[in-house]
Design a protein around this ligand. Sequence first.
Ligand code: NAP
Length: 309
Amino acid sequence: MTLVAEVIDGVAIAEEIKGELRAEVAALAARGIAPGVATVLVGDDYGAKMYRRQIERIAAEIGLAYRDVTLPGDTSLGDVLAGIRSLDEDPAVHGILPLRPLPKGMEAPVLEALDPAKDIDCLHPINAGRLALGQPAVYPATPWACYVLLERYFARKGLDPKTAFEGKELVIVGRSNIVGKPAYFLALERNATTTTVHSFTWRAGTLPAHTRRADILIVAMGKAEFIKKDMVKAGAIVVDVGINMVPALDAAGNPILDEKGRPKRRTVGDVAFDEVKEVAGAITPVPGGVGSVTNVLLMRNVVRAAERR
Ligand code: NAP
């Protein structure tokens, strides 16, 4: 029997959360508090600049003050840390997001220089450690977005999102510090039976056996359309974190060119969406899934930091 998965609409869920945040920002404004967020970019990485634009746009949509700190790529570590410290001390800034990639050797000292109370992506070792200990102070936006999508999906199905994960087989593909590893702690927090698989699972030839067991499958590998339908259990809920650019092809398999004759590209996830949706019970699309919710949750962390203060 061929199923057609329900597509979990990240754009609609992001809009819902934005509405909630606007109300919280208005309530803070009535108390004379104006939440503010700052990004720190060192150098001119294209992806980091795109991300900076997205944060600026979404901060404006929600009504947050935005500060851009951009430093040349050859700025010394001491000067970058001085920039972070001045944001740490600035009462108008409630959340700080260092944009990756940072220049070589800078990532660890920059993250450690963040005031943990202004760390809106759970990057500071204290916040990451608290999450691992089951005492979270702040949730990391990308893995949190996976669970927010799932929780709102469960709620729409009439299930209690607080108990819907209990005892479910939840398999996470990937173990990076920013997605896979924290996604594991968030799964444990929800009492799921949790398995993490990674490239050595693949090399051992057991990856499909694990993914096929999953009631809920979260995929964060950075490999375009890697998860095929024979790797997914019928009726599973699939959350695709991947963002990959691939050449756009026409029906005959030839590259599609833009008006300047350059090959067009399109964004795909780590899951082969068209075929997996034939077996899954629900699936998040790329684009329009996890990525849409991630940035809104960063803003939620800014608002919460302002409320706590
Ligand atoms: P990453 O640091 O490259 O980690 C990839 C993980 O996948 C690693 O743990 C790796 O295993 C595992 N992996 C690679 N090939 C595998 C294979 N053949 N079989 C099983 N596991 C394999 O990537 P990341 O930063 O976690 O990002 C993952 C994806 O999510 C990327 O496409 C990224 O662009 C996207 N992303 C999206 C958002 C969003 O907001 N939607 C945010 C962040 C990242 P090893 O550890 O053994 O190498």
